[in-house]
Design a protein around this ligand. Structure first.
Ligand code: IPE
Ligand code: IPE
Ligand code: MG
Length: 243
C-alpha cells in the first residue's frame, strides 16, 4: 500500500459497510497449474488493493471473509498454509495499515487458532485501535450462525428485540451491510453474515479473487449507487420524501 492515500472522485452513494466473500483463489491457481496456496498468496494482494481503494473513496467499514468456520474441513496442508499466510501477512501489513490510519479487527471464534496467531491478532488490534479512517474486519473462523448464537448467549435473560441483537452481534460496530460482494461467480452466502445482510444489495462477479482489482471494486460501487434502496417502502414514497 502506498504511504499516502489520496481521495478520488466522489461516488453518487457510498456504502457505509461493504462485506466481501473473496472466493476463487483455488480455481485461479488451478488454471495456472499451481498449488492452491499460490492462489491464496495472490489473494492477499487483492485484499491490499481493495483496502486502499475503499479508503480512497471514503468507505468507513470493510469486512472480508478470510476463513469460514467450515474451512477447517479443507486438506490439512491447505489449512496450515493459510494459517502461516495469515501470520506472515499480519507482520508485513499491520505497520502499513497503522501508518494509513486504518483500524483492523478480527471477528470470529478466535480460540481455535494457535497461541502465536492469537497473540499476533491481539497485537494487531491493539496497534491500530485508535486509527479512524477506515475499519477493516477480517472474519476468521467466522460463521453467520455462530454470530447469531453468540449474540443470543450474551442476551440470555434480557429483552430480545432487534436493537438488542444488533448490539450483541460480533460485528456490531460496523452495523448492517449495505453492499455484499462475492467473487468467482458463486451466488451463495456460505454462512457469511446472516443477520447483517437482511437489506444488503447483493453483487456477484465472475472475477476470481486474485484478479479483483481497483476497477472491479469501483464497478461494484457504481452498481451500488444505481440501486434504489426501498426498505419496504414504494418508489413513489421515496421520491416524495426527496422533494
Ligand atoms: C477463497 O478461495 C479463499 C478461502 C476460502 C480461504 P477458495 O480457496 O475457496 O477458492 P476456490 O473456490 O476453490 O476457487
Ligand atoms: C467462503 O468460501 C469462505 C471464504 C471466502 C473464506 P468457500 O469457497 O469456502 O465457500 P463454499 O464452500 O464454496 O460455499
Ligand atoms: Mg471457494
Amino acid at each position: 500500500m502506498s504511504s499516502e492515500i489520496k481521495q478520488s472522485e466522489p461516488l453518487a452513494a457510498i456504502p457505509r459497510h461493504v462485506a466481501i466473500v473473496m472466493d476463487g483463489n483455488g480455481r485461479w491457481a488451478k488454471k495456472r497449474n499451481m498449488p492452491r496456496l499460490y492462489g491464496h498468496r495472490k489473494g492477499v494482494e487483492a485484499v491490499r488493493t481493495t483496502i486502499e481503494a475503499a479508503a480512497k473513496v471514503g468507505i468507513k467499514n470493510l469486512s472480508f471473509f478470510a476463513f469460514s468456520s467450515e474451512n477447517w474441513k479443507r486438506p490439512q496442508e491447505e489449512v496450515e498454509g493459510l494459517m502461516k499466510l495469515f501470520l506472515s501477512s499480519l507482520k508485513l501489513e499491520i505497520p502499513k495499515l497503522k501508518k494509513n490510519n486504518i483500524r483492523v479487527k478480527f471477528i470470529g471464534d478466535l480460540e481455535r487458532f494457535s497461541q502465536q496467531l492469537q497473540e499476533s491478532i491481539k497485537s494487531s488490534e491493539e496497534m491500530t485501535r485508535n486509527c479512524s479512517l477506515l475499519t477493516v474486519n477480517f472474519c476468521v473462523n467466522y460463521g453467520g450462525r455462530w454470530d447469531i448464537i453468540q449474540a443470543a448467549q450474551k442476551l440470555v435473560g434480557q429483552n430480545l428485540d432487534e436493537e438488542a441483537f444488533d448490539k450483541a452481534m460480533a460485528l456490531a460496530e460496523s452495523g448492517n451491510v449495505d453492499l455484499f460482494i462475492r467473487t468467482s461467480g458463486e451466488q451463495r452466502i456460505s454462512n457469511f453474515m446472516l443477520w447483517q445482510i437482511a437489506y444488503s444489495e447483493l453483487y456477484f462477479t465472475p472475477v476470481l479473487w486474485p484478479d479483483f482489482g481497483e476497477k472491479d471494486f469501483i464497478d461494484a460501487l457504481n452498481w451500488y449507487a444505481t440501486r434504489e434502496r426501498r426498505f419496504g417502502k414504494t418508489s413513489e414514497q421515496l421520491e416524495s420524501a426527496k422533494s
